[in-house]
Design a protein around this ligand. Structure first.
Ligand code: ADP
Ligand code: ADP
Length: 225
């Protein structure tokens, strides 16, 4: 297993402040190396909460997250940061591309932050643009790209540091059907080339059906379909 969430419970205080909402209820998930897993569930069922916890962006009330058998809560701040930046690639529904930078620069950014030379980063960023079928968009800024192209750039950026696992929260949530399948084709093909595992949140069953394992989140529990 590459990533495991074990007996995760997550509760939020309700708006009024005197009650609790149990979003995840002593539930577990295991991501196998090289696999594509999806989590489906209705809006508000806790999918994003689960993804944030698995990615070390949020903490559960009880339970642990294991990265290759080591608890991420035993990592010091430095290793936890390295886990998030180098082992994981995040893709969100809204791509959060930096508007003042070109597609190429946005993709290069995670590598530059990590201290790679612009030459090395540029090489890989160009390669990823090619892999996602948009080499001619390198110098475009996000506003000059279509929604589908923006999401491809976001995905290329998530892959920049060669993560072991992509965590994607409704990566196609604001795209039309055609763009959705194009993006998924690229993502699923890349798995072969890059040996990356993928955990994808979606509310679309059709997307889930293309994955190796489908988890359904309902009433705080994950069930394998
Ligand atoms: P999903 O991704 O499946 O739509 P979320 O994980 O975003 O579900 O949310 C699950 C539930 O937890 C929702 O009812 C949401 O309103 C609530 N929730 C999410 N984040 C918070 C928070 N920071 N504080 C209080 N309630 C939250
Ligand atoms: P989609 O169907 O994928 O949403 P669009 O109709 O938004 O596509 O865009 C079609 C093409 O036009 C895309 O290749 C995109 O790069 C280009 N494009 C869209 N908006 C702009 C813009 N403001 N400046 C330059 N090129 C643009």
């Amino acid at each position: 297993m590459i990533l495991e969430g074990k007996n995760i419970t997550k509760q939020y205080k309700t708006e009024s402040g005197n009650g609790t909402l149990t979003v995840l209820d002593d539930t577990s998930i295991s991501i196998e190396k090289g696999s594509i897993s999806t989590v489906i569930g209705v809006s508000g069922s806790g999918k994003s909460t689960l993804l944030h916890i698995l990615g070390g962006l949020d903490k559960p009330n009880t339970g642990t997250v294991l990265w290759k058998n080591d608890s991420i809560y035993d990592m010091n701040r430095e290793s936890l940061a390295s886990f998030r930046n180098n082992k994981l690639g995040f893709v969100f529904q809204f791509h959060h591309l930096l508007p003042e930078f070109t597609a190429l620069e946005n993709i290069m950014m995670p590598a530059l932050i990590r201290g790679k030379t612009p030459e090395k980063a540029g090489q890989r960023a160009n390669y990823l643009l090619e892999e996602f079928g948009i080499p001619d968009r390198a110098e475009h800024r996000p506003t000059q790209l279509s929604g589908g192209e923006q999401q491809r750039v976001a995905m290329a950026r998530a892959l920049m540091n060669s993560p072991d696992l992509i965590l994607a929260d409704e990566p196609t949530g604001n795209l039309d059907e055609d763009n959705t399948s194009v993006i998924l084709d690229y993502l699923f093909n890349l798995r072969e080339i890059e040996e990356v595992s993928i955990l994808l949140i979606t509310h679309e069953k059709e997307i889930a059906n293309r994955s190796d394992t489908i988890y359904q989140l309902s009433k705080g529990k994950l069930e394998i379909l």
